[in-house]
Each structure stands twice: as structure tokens, then as C-alpha cells.
Design a protein around this ligand. Structure first.
Ligand SMILES: [Zn+2]
Length: 397
């Protein structure tokens, strides 16, 4: 439900987090303006150099994409190859865009298809969900598209992708059966499920059929099966509603916490740490995140900082940047980098989010920076590949 990722004019929003407290939210919007003014001056040498190099060498990317001597700069936990009308980039072209900068990518389309309702938009063919009031619907064929794209690659190039299953309706008790069917139909391909969405501003309400919910046992069946098969779960769930009243109970945070606690065997990555285009961080956001990271029942929870809308918040001011860096430095195993780009046509645009994070990366310890950009991805997805292949050996004739 929630993918705004596609034509992505500017951004999607991040929700705010809290594991149960009703903290007020802080308006970081003002800080965002400062961000753009201060970006170049802030970054420290190491990360700044990497970021500017990435941007500066766009034109010179070698087609081969062989890893540079020092290794790739980053792995991308969050990339959409196709958009809301199931169109996108040829995967071989995308390999060139990854070039020698991006090593591995968690690859998926978008499970939602925007209806072209003639009665609503006439001859105008919408390609994004904000362009029409017509509903979105689940487009399961996306999984076959992604599997086919992956299989069209040479063996060595396949190693750079971790395809993800997304074409299921999380409000359907049969969703877990779809995921199982995709694994048995395309063995040797998938490492995880997602990005799929439960609550997402502007999107959830547009999806035909029953509205998804963190309370729906259909979602428990999905996470149970992911745990059984070893699939990594990349879940988008806004941390709050877009326009809550002051003091409104942030019930989504509590529901999210309880959901993840119910599935201790399942590796979960919370996309965009719950933030969105309109959903702002709450005042106590860092405290909420820290309570989640220290909760012994949530050891399997990870956070991706993908999306330019999220970067906008996290590096909004020097103070915010410092506090976020401090949190990542103290919990270096729990954060993953991602772009959340959709079918990006140039490397410059593809690495935009990475460049935005230069001030944050500059304040990370070498260990935390390596884990955020590459190490945590490799740990989670290497384990998923091993477990899912083992599950397939056992269940695919
Ligand atoms: Zn998302």
C-alpha cells in the first residue's frame, strides 16, 4: 500500500516512532531548510570524500562494474526496479548504474498496480497513485517479472542481487501460500519478502478490498512463514498517521512492537524507520528508537534509513545529525543503508540519498559506517540465502 516510490517527485514521508509513549512531535521541517544550506560544510573528510567521489564520477562509471580495490562503497537494502504501473528499468541497464559503486541490491518491484479508470481520468493514463482517485490493486505477476529479470543475468551478476517477493495481499489469509508458491516456482532466486506495506500515508486507503492491518492474523501467517523459510522481511509501516491530533495515541508503534515481538524467528527490517513524506518524527523519536533497540524481545528488528524524505529529517540540523550518528554508533548492528529509488535512470540520481547522508556518515565510527553501508546487509542477506536455499532443498521436488 504504500509505495510512493515511483515517480517520486520529491519524497515520501517518514512516520514517527514510539514504542508506546505519546511523545509530542518536534517540527524538524525548519531544520530541513538548514540542511541544504549546510550540507557541504559539515561533513568530515572520510565520508565526504566517498560521497563526493560517488557523485563526481557518475559520468565515468565503467560498464563492467568490477569492484574497486577497496571494495564497493555500499549495498542497497531498498530498490524498486519497477513502478506503480509495472514499468521500469532493464536489469542489465541497472547493473551499469550500480557500476563499481554499489555491490549488492535487495531487488523488488512494487506489488501495487495503479488502475487506469477511464471514468476517473479519461485519456490521461496515471502512472502514480497521487494522480488519480482510482484504486490500487495487488499485482502478483510482479514476482514472476523480478524472477525472470534475475534469471536473465549471468551467474556472477546474479550474486549482486537479492530478489524479494512482494506480490501478495497482506490482508489475505492466503498471502503466505502465495509466498510459498513463489519459492517453489522459482527456486534459487529469492532472499526475502518486501518491501510490502501495511500502513502508508495516501496509499493504504486507496487499495481495493480489505484494508491491511498490523492486527490481521494474515500478517502473522506471513511472518511465521518468513521465519520458517528464512526470508528477510522488509516492511513499510508508518509510525503514525499523517496528521494526528496533539496528544493522539501513537497506536501504530505499539501494534508494530507487538507484531515483531510475536515473531522472534523472523528477521525484520523496518523500512524508513517508520517515517514518511508527511509523517514527521515525533519529539521523542530517538528515545523511541532506542527503547526498541534495547528491548530484548526485539533483537531481530533492524531499521533502514532509505528514502530521501528520511534523509531530510535525519540530517536536518547539525544537532539532529549528531544525535542520530550517536545512536547508530551505539547500535551499529541494527541499521542498514538503502536508497528507495524507483527505476532510477542515472547513477547520479541513484546515489542522491547516499550523498545526502554525507554529514551523518562523517560522524560514524569506521565500524558503524562499514556495517551501515555494507556489513549488516551482507550478514542478514547471506544468512537468508543460506536458509532459504536449505528450505527449498527440503520442499521443492
Ligand atoms: Zn516504503
Amino acid at each position: 500500500m504504500a509505495y510512493e516510490h515511483r515517480s517520486r517527485p520529491a519524497a515520501r514521508a517518514c512516520p514517527r516512532l514510539s514504542w508506546g509513549s505519546t511523545a509530542g512531535r518536534v517540527n524538524l521541517a525548519a531544520a530541513a531548510a538548514f540542511l541544504f544550506a549546510s550540507l557541504p560544510a559539515i561533513a568530515a573528510p572520510a565520508a565526504t570524500t566517498a560521497a563526493s567521489t560517488a557523485a563526481a564520477t557518475v559520468a565515468a562509471v565503467p560498464a563492467a562494474g568490477a569492484p574497486p580495490a577497496g571494495g564497493y562503497i555500499l549495498n542497497d537494502t531498498h530498490f524498486h526496479l519497477t513502478n506503480y504501473v509495472q514499468e521500469g528499468l532493464d536489469i542489465h541497464e541497472f547493473l551499469k548504474i550500480m557500476g563499481n559503486k554499489v555491490g549488492r541490491v535487495a531487488l523488488f518491484g512494487i506489488p501495487l498496480q495503479q488502475t487506469w479508470s477511464y471514468g476517473n481520468t479519461g485519456d490521461f493514463a496515471p502512472t502514480y497513485y497521487l494522480q488519480t482517485d482510482a484504486p490500487l490493486y495487488y499485482y502478483s505477476f510482479t514476482d514472476a517479472v523480478i524472477a525472470t529479470a534475475y534469471r536473465s543475468l549471468k551467474e556472477a551478476d546474479r550474486a549482486r542481487f537479492d530478489p524479494m517477493i512482494t506480490g501478495f495481499n497482506p490482508a489475505d489469509m492466503y498471502a503466505a501460500d502465495h509466498i510459498r508458491r513463489v519459492l517453489t516456482t522459482f527456486p534459487g532466486v529469492f532472499s526475502g519478502i518486501g518491501e510490502f506495506t501495511i500502513h502508508k500515508e495516501f496509499v493504504s486507503a486507496k487499495i481495493a478490498g480489505e484494508t491491511a492491518s498490523l492486527l490481521n492474523p494474515a500478517l502473522d501467517r506471513i511472518l511465521d512463514f518468513a521465519g520458517e523459510a528464512g526470508l528477510v522481511v522488509l516492511l513499510h509501516n508508518d509510525i503514525d498517521m499523517p496528521f494526528p491530533k496533539p496528544g493522539q495515541d501513537p497506536y501504530l508503534v505499539v501494534q508494530m512492537r507487538d507484531l515483531i515481538r510475536r515473531h522472534p524467528r523472523t528477521m525484520v527490517i523496518w523500512a524508513h524507520i517508520g517515517l514518511g513524506r508527511v509523517v514527521h518524527p515525533v519529539k521523542d523519536q530517538l528515545g523511541i528508537m532506542e527503547r526498541g533497540l534495547t528491548d530484548p524481545g526485539l533483537k531481530h528488528l533492524h531499521l533502514d534509513i532509505s528514502w530521501d524524505e528520511v534523509a531530510k529529517y535525519l540530517v536536518a540540523t547539525p544537532e539532529t545529525t549528531r544525535l542520530v550518528a550517536d545512536l547508530i554508533n551505539r547500535y551499529p548492528d541494527r541499521f542498514l543503508f538503502g536508497t528507495d529509488e524507483v527505476a532510477t535512470a542515472t547513477q547520479e540520481k541513484y546515489l542522491k540519498v547516499f550523498d545526502m547522508y554525507a554529514p551523518l556518515l562523517a560522524q560514524l565510527t569506521p565500524e558503524a559506517r562499514q556495517k551501515l553501508l555494507r556489513g549488516n546487509y551482507e550478514r542478514l542477506f547471506d544468512e537468508a540465502r543460506r536458509k532459504v536455499r536449505a528450505w527449498e532443498r527440503e520442499h521443492v521436488p
